[in-house]
Write a protein that binds this ligand. Structure first.
Ligand SMILES: [Zn+2]
Length: 698
């Protein structure tokens, strides 16, 4: 996804993360019966299968000690992560399936000789061809970047860096001031521009600042990588320049806020007019920046994410020589486009970002990288073709039913919460009433008519696509919010909640096994896609989402007392997850992952309640020797089967708001009272938490 979009979506996707909790007293099957989700109207009920992959189980592990490994142990033992992947599991398998489907779509279109010029199909075919045309790419070397280097060489003074930063934002090159367009946090009917910290080549500030062995080694290899790339690009003083770049990035890292600090929607909301910006950072030419970024007169203010960072950046701007800034920006251009240049650049870049940073032995085949690039740049165009071919219309209807069942369960659950007052409950219900649900694909597809794609210009295609997207974003300023828009393509195996829209979104590609089994009994589906739906709804009520109201405004709707109780629960959850360690010497960051852990715990709890409602007081059948409740928890645990290379796991621990798969699986279960009942978990078992230790929120 484009950098520019990131401002609008607070850590809300199910991946890069999920949970649940249950109130012991609420699950008495009750008033309302929900229809089973696997039986479409007027259809013969399918013969019931469990949907559980029993062949993956490891009977040598006790369910009560480590349920995730009990359910997935054989799979974990017998599965190798493919040589071109940093991790492998159910999400990756589906993502790979999507990739193959997109490839086949592109191949089919490529065979056709009569595509209308300028049509989206022709653009997809040409974009893909430009990636696959290695002969041209070898001939070009790094020359496609020459116009950018010339532009940087021509800079005479630091004032002009404002123009450069504005320009680089339009072609999606990482810069220290990252521009974003999105809904105003406190008035979701308004679209405004904002600026966040940015400009690092490594995944997190810790990689620059921490002295533990692994991070230090990575940093040294980053330095060597920069030098090699500069040598390739015929820089005569590569060694010195590489050292300058790392030193400057380290200074930038020092003034950056941590990822935990950046989770605070109040502290990161700082609207500033031009005058205020000039006071905050007098050495940066804001007037020129606003004009060159096409923001002048279109946004009432810039929302500054991290004021102390911008102030620190101003000091850096002043004290760092102009020549060092120029070398730094050239580096970010080169590094940003290296994967689309000739082979030596591609190989060096992969050697660092693939092998060193993430532990991946081999680069993906060129066609995979080509499809991913087309996907990243004009993904909705591709999505239109994907949906026509691979998304059965009945999936949408079933999913709608499921989502409405989950919302009903949520509504009932809120009413029964013993820790929340009636006033706050009313506000929470209001938020649930206004929740918008999007399933499968957008009602209205993006129009790419104005985008020019040429089959022998890979880098230029990417730059033009970025500029096209930039214009699309800028055009939103001052206009009513487009509520039809999607932040993910339909072929993405993921889902998200967007607090400013108060909406949950489920792309077509996640509606497949192991998340969603069309032919299986309900239990496994409630544990899979049901918990994913619950996860996304719960983001509206996690520690971040709960600070936004029913129309998507940052507004406190909690009584002080209720909020205090909620905070006690979040604190306990932070400690639970802090204790998990997937790599020796490294722990999960309970604060960074808090929102996602709340969503996992609550999502699973609500999915359980929705499942009970769907049974309407009847006992679920026993299938494969498992009760309905047991299958639901199996469904949950098998969704998270996944293996990750150690280096990649460290990147995730430092930068991903989601907990590692094993702890998403086990962590959420340990807080579900019904899980204890379903598998007879008792004091002394490794998963056992005393009732007081269990965190139950929604
Ligand atoms: Zn999430």
């Amino acid at each position: 996804m484009k950098r520019l979009m990131t401002r609008t979506l607070i850590a809300a996707a199910v991946l890069t993360q999920m949970t649940g909790n249950v109130n012991a007293e609420t699950v008495t099957p009750s008033t309302k019966t929900l229809p089973p989700l696997t039986t479409p109207n007027n259809a013969t009920p399918p013969s019931l299968i469990s949907g559980i992959s029993l062949e993956n189980m490891d009977d040598n592990v006790r369910a009560q000690d480590d349920f995730y490994t009990y359910v997935n142990g054989k799979w974990l033992k017998n599965t190798d992560i493919p040589a071109d992947k940093s991790s492998w599991g159910s999400f990756n398998e589906l993502a790979e399936k999507s990739l193959n489907q997109l490839h086949s779509i592109i191949d089919t279109e490529t065979q056709k000789k009569d595509l209308p010029a300028g049509s989206i199909k022709q653009k997809i075919v040409d974009f893909y061809a430009s990636y696959m045309d290695e002969v041209t790419l070898e001939k070009l070397g790094m020359t496609p970047l020459n116009p950018e280097f010339t532009r940087i060489d021509a800079i005479q003074n630091k004032k002009q860096l404002a123009t450069l930063i504005a320009h680089l934002s339009t072609i999606d090159v990482g810069v220290p001031l990252e521009l974003g367009i999105g809904q105003d946090a406190k008035d979701s009917t308004k679209v405004v521009a904002g600026v966040d910290q940015g400009g690092l080549g490594l995944p997190d500030r810790d990689y620059y600042l921490k002295d533990d062995e692994k991070l230090k080694t990575t940093r040294e290899k980053y330095l060597a990588y920069i030098e090699k790339m500069l040598i390739l690009s015929a820089d005569a003083t590569a060694k010195q320049h590489a050292a300058d770049i790392l030193a400057l990035e380290t200074e930038i890292a020092k003034i950056q806020w941590t990822k935990v600090e950046n989770r605070d929607p109040v502290k990161t909301y700082n609207p500033m007019t031009l005058n205020k910006l000039k006071m905050l950072a007098p050495h940066f030419d804001w007037t020129r920046y606003l004009v060159d970024a096409e923001l002048q007169g279109k946004t009432p203010y810039l929302v500054i994410g991290q004021p102390s960072y911008v102030k620190g950046f101003d000091r850096l701007l002043e004290k760092t020589p102009l020549d060092v800034w120029k070398v730094y920006f050239k580096w970010h251009v080169l590094n940003g486009f290296a994967s689309q240049l000739s082979k030596p650049y591609v190989d060096e870049r992969f050697s660092f970002y693939g092998t060193t940073l993430r532990g991946v032995p081999e680069n993906e085949l060129r066609w995979k990288r080509a499809v991913k690039t087309v996907e990243g740049e004009i993904g909705e165009g591709l999505g239109q073709l994907y949906v026509e071919q691979y998304f059965p219309a009945e999936n949408k209807a079933r999913m709608e039913k499921l989502v409405s069942n989950l919302i009903t369960a949520y509504r009932q659950s809120i009413n029964t919460l013993d820790w929340m007052s009636a006033g706050t409950k009313k506000e929470a219900q209001k938020k649930l009433d206004k929740l918008v649900v999007k399933i499968g694909y957008p009602n209205k597809w993006r129009n790419y008519d104005q985008l020019e794609i040429k089959k022998d210009q890979l880098v230029a295609n990417i730059m033009r696509s970025s500029q096209f997207e930039y214009q699309r974003q800028i055009n939103k300023l001052g206009k009513p919010v487009n509520r039809e828009e999607w932040g993910m393509t339909p072929q993405t195996v993921n889902a998200y909640y967007n607090p400013s829209m108060n909406e949950i979104v489920f792309p077509a590609a996640i509606l497949q096994p192991p998340f969603f089994h069309a032919d299986a009994d309900d239990a496994v589906n409630y544990g899979g896609i049901g918990a994913v739906i619950g996860h996304e709804i719960s983001h509206g009520f996690d520690d971040q989402g709960s600070q936004f109201d029913e129309v998507g405004n940052l507004r406190n709707w909690w009584t002080a007392e209720d909020h205090k109780k909620f905070a006690t629960k979040t604190k306990a959850l932070i400690s639970q997850y802090n204790a998990y360690s997937p790599v020796k010497g490294y722990h999960v960051n309970g604060e960074l992952t808090l929102g996602e852990n709340i969503a996992d715990n609550s999502g699973l709890a609500i999915a359980y309640k929705a499942y009970q409602l769907s049974l309407g007081g009847k006992t679920a059948p026993v299938l494969d020797g498992l009760t309905g409740d047991q299958r639901l928890y199996f469904g949950w645990a098998q969704v998270w089967r996944s293996k990750t290379r150690e280096a990649q796991q460290i990147v995730y621990l430092k930068s991903d708001p989601h907990s590692p798969a094993q702890f998403r699986g086990d962590g959420a279960l340990a807080n579900q009272p019904h899980f204890y009942d379903a598998f007879g978990v008792k004091s002394g078992d490794k998963m056992y938490l005393t009732p007081d230790q269990r965190v139950i929120m929604w």
